[in-house]
Ligand binder design. Structure first.
Ligand code: COA
Length: 324
C-alpha cells in the first residue's frame, strides 16, 4: 500500500497587514523586516477562526482531488491554535464538511504540524486500511502574538493549507516514499506560548494569558542545522540523489533560513520555492499553502520527486520525500 497526494487546496484571510502597517504600532521598519526575514506582508484573520480556514482549504483540496465528503476516512489537522480546547479543529472541519464517515483529530507539532500529520495519515492508511485522508495545516497565530513585541509580531500570519491523500495498492509509482521526524523537548523554552489558564479559586491558580516568546537566533541556528540533516537522512535512507529532487518545499519562517539551508544542501534557490513575502510564517500552513501554489501553478508533473520539510516549536522538525 502506498499513500499519494491527489489534491491540494489553501485559504488565506482577505485582510492584508503590511510592514508599514506594523511600523505604526511597534518600533520597526519595512526595510528591517524585509532584509532580516523576506516578509513584505501577512494576512490576518478577523472573522471566523482556525477551523473555518481549515474547512475552506479542505473544500478546495477535495474539489481539486475530485472527492466528496462521504469519501473521507480520516481528517488530521496540524494546528496549535484550534479555536477551542475541545472539540478539536478536525472534528469541527468534519462537521462543516459533512464528512460523516471520517475520524478526525488534531496533531500538535507547531510549524512541523503538517509534516507530522502527513506522516501519521500515511501510517494509518498503510496500517489500518483507511483509504482517503484529509491532511490539513492551519493556524491563527495572530491571536497568540504579542502585538507589542517587535521581535515576534512581525514574523507571523494566518492561513490554512490542505492535501487529500489516498491509499493505492499495487505497483503504481509515486506517493510518500519516506519521512524522518524528530523532536527535542529539552529545547522547549526556545520557542513557546505559555498556557492561557482561566484560574481556579479552589487551588488559588490565577488567570494567565501567554503569548509567543522566542529566542530568535537559537531557532535560526537550530533550523539551518536540523532541516538539512533530516533531508539528507531521508535521501540516504531511500538511496535518492539530491539532484533527483525537483523542489524543496520548506517551511516559510525566514528567507535567510531557506538560503542557508540551500547553501548547506548545495542547491540553488530556484529549487526552493518561496512565498514568505506575501504571507509571513503561517506555522503549520506554510508547507501545504506553498504546495498548493506549486500544484495549481502547473509546476508539478507526475513522477516529480519533491521534499517537504519543516521545523518549529517543541523543538520539532521533519522531512518527507514525495513522488508526485
Ligand atoms: N524591527 C526592528 N528592529 C528589531 C526588530 C524589528 N521587528 N526585531 C528585533 N529588532 C532589533 C533587536 O532589538 C536588536 O537590536 P539591538 O541590536 O539594539 O539589541 C537587533 O534588531 C538585532 O536583533 P536580532 O535578534 O539579533 O536579529 P536577527 O538578525 O537574529 O533577526 C529574527 C531576528 C527573529 C528575524 C531571526 O533571528 C529569525 O528569523 N530567527 C528564526 C525565528 C523563526 O523562524 N521563528 C519561527 C520558527 S517556526
Amino acid at each position: 500500500m502506498k499513500t499519494k497526494i491527489i489534491g491540494t487546496g489553501s485559504f488565506v484571510p482577505d485582510r492584508v497587514v503590511t510592514n508599514q502597517d506594523l511600523a505604526g504600532i511597534v518600533d520597526t521598519s519595512d526595510e528591517w523586516i524585509r532584509t532580516r526575514t523576506g516578509i513584505g506582508q501577512r494576512r490576518i484573520l478577523d472573522g471566523p477562526g482556525t477551523s473555518a480556514m481549515a474547512a475552506e482549504a479542505a473544500r478546495r483540496a477535495m474539489d481539486n482531488a475530485g472527492v466528496g465528503p462521504e469519501d473521507i476516512d480520516i481528517i488530521l489537522v496540524g494546528t496549535t491554535t484550534a479555536d477551542h480546547c475541545f472539540p478539536s479543529a478536525a472534528c469541527e472541519v468534519q462537521g462543516s464538511l459533512g464528512a460523516v464517515r471520517a475520524v478526525g483529530y488534531d496533531i500538535s507539532g507547531a510549524c512541523s504540524g503538517f509534516i507530522f500529520a502527513l506522516s501519521t495519515a500515511d501510517a494509518l492508511i498503510r496500517a489500518q486500511g483507511y483509504r482517503v485522508g484529509l491532511v490539513i495545516g492551519a493556524d491563527n497565530l495572530s491571536k497568540i502574538v504579542d502585538w507589542s513585541d517587535r521581535s515576534t509580531c512581525v514574523l507571523f500570519g494566518d492561513g490554512a493549507g490542505a492535501a487529500v491523500v489516498k491509499g493505492f495498492e499495487g505497483q503504481e509509482e509515486g506517493g510518500i516514499i519516506a519521512a524522518d521526524l524528530g523532536s527535542d523537548g529539552r529545547k522547549a523554552a526556545v520557542l513557546q506560548c505559555q498556557s492561557r489558564t482561566m484560574g481556579n479559586f479552589l487551588t488559588g491558580t490565577k488567570p494567565e494569558v501567554g503569548y509567543i516568546t522566542m529566542e530568535g537566533q537559537e531557532v535560526f541556528k537550530f533550523a539551518v542545522k536540523k532541516v538539512p540533516e533530516c533531508i539528507q537522512k531521508v535521501l540516504e535512507d531511500t538511496g535518492t540523489g539530491i539532484e533527483e529532487i525537483k523542489y524543496f518545499v520548506l517551511h516559510q519562517a525566514n528567507y535567510r533560513i531557506c538560503e542557508s539551508i540551500a547553501k548547506r544542501l548545495k542547491v540553488s534557490m530556484d529549487r526552493i520555492p518561496m512565498n514568505i513575502e506575501h504571507y509571513g510564517n503561517t506555522s503549520a500552513a506554510t508547507i501545504p499553502v506553498l504546495l498548493d501554489e506549486l500544484n495549481r501553478g502547473g509546476k508539478l508533473e507526475p513522477g516529480d520527486k519533491i521534499i517537504l520539510s519543516g521545523f518549529g516549536a517543541g523543538l520539532t522538525w521533519g522531512a518527507s520525500l514525495v513522488q508526485w
